[in-house]
Design a protein around this ligand. Structure first.
Ligand code: GLU
Length: 446
């Protein structure tokens, strides 16, 4: 079977970690199966969709590394939806209703009061041509509902397993509004049909739409696709995600300095049985993708975990993968400097911070170790320095001062870098160089 999937965001906001997961699961599955990935903009809501968001979505997906094979936007396909709506009306599957929102709400309350399920009573179906003409004459406009068959709809969800929904317990969904615009269901099904979508992969907030959509596929004479509904994201406390839970949009994550591969690794592994860990390449994520690994319980979004994945990704990153970015940040020292500092980075920008520590100016922290540091300065070996210079130097300092361990090393680190923690000095010292090292050990800011 040839696989075609689609990611179908509405361009009404920026991509966030939630729909990024949906995009990724679709993309990974397509790549795994040698299939195609369609980016479809669900932009029928003219009031809320903007060209700027449409562009931002494409930019953010490209940043993440999710190239699409096909592209479409719903706003250009309205004539097709109109034609399908006409057919459904002719077949008696789409029928006109005239209730206002308030009338529907009154009906709902009355049903609940009688202990009945609040399902639309299909009054629209009982209207004669004369009734309809009279309503139209009052200035009322019809909205259109899809007539569901009162039967069980069953599908084998790739994530949730066998699902069965009794459509007799559902209201006939509204497909067309009073102003003739379409709600999401009809355009989505028509597009999935026309694009030959083999698998609809999306968040489980759409589970309730699936049975009516399957009936709509069937009404169009189409075989419904497979469905996969992944669980949704919650915050660390298990509650709804909100802005307070940290950088949620891809844009914010990029601005916070997170690597695209860290975000992709995190988004692809939370809520799965795989360990949450950095992957250096997309192909590594593709290789391990499997619907069977997706958990049915909500996935927890923890910004601290994401930060950790980002740091660990950098700790294992090859110089070649970051070379261009380091140049842009003004970080020198080539591969040797990268290898010296990568284990101490939270974000790539921290490499610049360490470069500045190496090149100065740095305010040395000497405290009451001035005598010791000055003595150590006197023992600095001549340049050129390499990875062994540090151990040669500290061995001679130890011999001359009888110091060992922390007492030997900590004052040197504080004097040389102005702080108590940082990269291994064996690798880092050559970038400070003899002149700066000697000056800092003597308490001078250079
Ligand atoms: N535009 C819909 C959404 O963003 C698409 C849902 C679907 O995948 O069917 O929720």
């Amino acid at each position: 079977m040839s696989v075609t999937v689609r990611f179908a965001p509405s361009p009404t906001g920026h991509l966030h970690i939630g729909n990024t997961r949906t995009a990724l699961v679709n993309w990974l599955f397509a790549r795994k199966m040698g299939g195609r990935f369609l980016l479809r903009l669900d932009d029928t809501d003219e009031k809320r969709s903007t060209a700027a968001f449409a562009e931002a979505i494409q930019r953010d997906l490209a940043w993440l590394g999710l190239a699409h094979d096909l592209f479409d936007r719903q706003s250009e396909r309205v004539a097709r939806y109109d034609a399908i709506a006409q057919t459904l009306k002719a077949d008696g599957r789409l029928y006109a209703c005239y209730e206002t929102a308030e009338e529907l709400e009154r009906k709902r309350k009355r049903q609940l009061l009688r202990g009945l399920p609040p399902i639309y009573d299909r009054e629209g179906l009982t209207l004669s041509d004369v009734d309809r003409a009279a309503l139209e004459a009052q200035g009322r406009r019809a909205h259109w509902r899809f007539k569901l068959q009162p039967m069980n709809v069953v599908w084998d969800d790739c994530v949730r397993g066998l699902q069965s929904v009794d459509c007799a317990s559902l209201s006939d969904p509204v497909l067309v509004r009073e102003d003739g615009s379409y709600l999401y269901t009809l355009p989505s099904v028509v597009d999935d049909f026309d694009h030959g979508i083999s698998h609809v992969i999306r968040g489980e907030d759409h589970v309730a739409n699936t049975a009516p959509q399957i009936q709509l596929f069937e009404a169009l004479g189409a075989t419904p696709p497979e469905f996969a509904h992944h669980s949704l994201l919650v915050n660390v406390e298990g509650g709804r995600l909100s802005k307070r839970d940290g950088a949620l949009s891809l844009k914010d994550m990029a601005e916070a300095g997170f690597e695209a591969m860290a975000v992709a690794s995190y988004a692809a592994t939370i809520g799965t049985s795989d360990p949450i860990e950095p992957h250096q390449t997309m192909s590594s994520l593709v290789a391990q993708f499997d619907f069977a690994k997706l958990s049915r319980s909500p996935a927890r979004f923890d910004p601290e975990e994401l930060a950790l994945v980002n740091a660990r990704l950098l700790h294992g990153r090859d110089h070649g993968a970051v070379e261009g970015e380091l140049t842009r940040l003004g970080v020198g020292g080539g591969e040797a400097f990268w290898l010296a500092v990568r284990g101490n980075l939270g974000t790539l920008a921290d490499a610049r911070t360490w470069w500045d520590v190496a090149r100065g100016p740095v305010e040395p922290v000497i405290g009451d170790e001035a005598e010791y540091c000055a003595a150590a300065a006197g023992l600095l070996p001549p340049e050129p320095w390499d990875g062994n210079s540090w151990s040669q130097w500290t061995a001679s300092v130890s011999e001359a001062t009888n110091r060992k361990g922390r007492a030997l090393f900590a004052p040197l680190r504080f004097a040389l870098t102005g702080q108590g923690r940082g990269p291994e000095l064996a690798a880092f010292l050559p970038f400070i160089g003899r002149q700066r090292a000697e000056a800092r050990l003597n308490g001078r800011k250079v």
